[in-house]
Design a binder for this molecule. Structure first.
Ligand code: PLP
Length: 326
């Protein structure tokens, strides 16, 4: 399909058609939403970023005085978005998503697997809770997890990551189980203008064509790298959920983490995840109060596993550090 960048479409016989003003809907976005809905088994809506999707979702379905139970260790930016919304009267309590959500919560927010701690939520326990449930499945992707089939009411993605897959499109998605929820979210989106543009929607459509082959290959490589990292003497702990290309591992401290970041030759020292190029960064620069100083997050791309391992091995060879040489 080609990109239609129009912001207006003429009325037909004096009446607006499916497309009349871009803030309401545009053909490239609708096409991408159709494909995303098919992947998730629900009704999908596109947003200009994952954070934008979170904000739109909160404005549409949460209200002042309500309590949101948020998975501990979920993407720190999601916590920051809700912190902003705290000024509007939303309460947030964190809980361990590997168990049951707290009693009294009005809404449950899970992340599968969590970024960067890589815990998986107990979806069954969440579905048994009376509150409605959203799963941020950015790192799992619909190739490995379709939360709407496990009792969730909503699934959210930063489509900037695996869905678009090439680090060149910023987008978010919410897929709803119920048609009436999708209609409400669409209405809020049009009214607030939290809308995705046609060009990134086109890049998303192109990325989706290779989603499955990309994430299966990234999973294979990540599984092998996690295995080798676990055996490496300079690595203290490896976190990997067994699905997807995202993992994290700890070296001794900030100095060692900086050495790895600045020694890499194949893997790019940059933030984000889910693209075809491998990325690594020390997360303490962004979230020092909750991650160890030596925690390195690795997003595995499509390079050869041997090339990636050789890069990690040479970066983990700390000069003068007896740990690395034991
Ligand atoms: N959810 C998860 C799990 C993420 O990792 C991110 C970004 O890193 C987001 C949501 C926010 O998405 P975006 O950066 O597209 O706003």
């Amino acid at each position: 399909m080609s990109v239609d960048r129009s912001t207006i479409w003429p009325y037909r016989d004096g009446e607006p058609g499916e497309f009349y003003y871009q803030r309401h809907a545009h053909p490239t976005g609708v096409e991408a939403e159709r494909e995303l809905g098919r992947l998730e088994g629900g009704r999908a809506l596109l947003f200009p970023s994952g954070a934008g999707a979170t904000t739109a979702f909160a404005l549409a379905f949460l209200s002042p005085g309500k309590t949101l139970a948020l998975a501990e260790g979920a993407y720190f930016g999601t916590g920051q978005t809700f912190e902003e919304l705290g000024r509007w009267g939303l309460r947030v309590v964190e809980f361990d998503q590997t168990g049951s959500p707290p009693e009294g919560a009005d809404f449950v927010w899970l992340e599968a697997p969590s970024n960067p701690f890589l815990t998986m939520p107990d979806l069954e326990a969440a579905a048994a809770h009376p509150a409605r449930v959203l799963v941020d499945a950015t790192a799992a992707t619909p190739v490995f997890l379709r939360p709407l089939e496990h009792g969730a009411d909503f699934v959210l993605h930063s489509a900037t990551k695996y869905l678009a897959g090439h680090d060149d499109a910023q987008l978010g998605v919410v897929a709803c189980k119920r048609e009436e929820d999708a209609a409400r979210l669409h209405e809020l989106r049009t009214r607030t203008g939290i809308v995705a543009a046609p060009d990134p929607a086109y890049l998303l459509l192109r990325g989706l064509k290779t989603l499955e082959v990309r994430v299966r290959r990234q999973t294979e490589t990540a599984t092998e790298l996690a295995r080798r990292l676990r055996e490496h003497p300079a690595v203290e702990i490896v976190r990997y959920a067994g699905i997807g290309g995202l993992l994290s591992f700890d070296v001794a401290g900030a100095e060692e983490a900086r050495h790895v970041e600045t020694s890499l030759k194949v893997i790019t020292n940059a933030t984000s995840l889910g693209g075809v190029d491998s990325l690594l960064e020390a997360r303490a620069r962004w979230e020092p109060e909750r991650v160890p100083a030596g925690l390195l997050r690795l997003s595995v791309g499509l390079e050869s596993p041997e090339e990636l391992w050789a890069d990690l091995e040479q970066a983990l060879d700390f000069p003068g550090n007896s740990l690395a040489r034991e």
